[in-house]
Design a protein around this ligand. Sequence first.
Ligand SMILES: [Zn+2]
Length: 147
Amino acid sequence: MISFSLMCENGHEFDGWFQNTAAYDDQASMGVVTCPACGSAKVEKGLMAPGIPAKSNKKGDARPPVYAGAPDHKTKELVEQVRKLKEHIAEHSEYVGSRFPEEARKIHYEEAEQRGIYGEASLEEAKELIEEGVDVLPVPTLPEEHN
Ligand SMILES: [Zn+2]
C-alpha cells in the first residue's frame, strides 16, 4: 500500500491509500476517488507520503493526468453503489486478505470449499485470475476507508 497526498478542485487536502500507482490511476479515472470534505471527484495527486523513494529515472514526460468533467451527482451515486456492494460482500463472504488470488484459484479449481471470498489482489493478479476464467470482481476503495 502507498499513500498519496491528494487535493480536490476546492483545495481540500487529504490522504488516499492505494495498492499501487496503477490502482490509483484506475480508480481516479473511474471517478471513485473523491474528496471526503466535499465529495468532488476532481482530485489531483500531490506529493507521495514519506518513505516512498521518488523515482529519479526520467521516463519521458510523466505529466500527471487531468481528470475533468466528472459529474458530481453521478459520482456520488456510483460511490453509493460501491458502498452497498461492499456491504453486501462483507456480509456474505469470507475475508481472506492478500491470500485472495490463491484462495480464488483453489475455489475455482475445487480444491477448497465453494464459498464467497473477498480480499486484496493487485491489478496484475486480478488480470491473471480473469484470464484463467476465475470470477473476480474488482471493488474500488472508498475515501472513508482510508485509515
Ligand atoms: Zn474537497
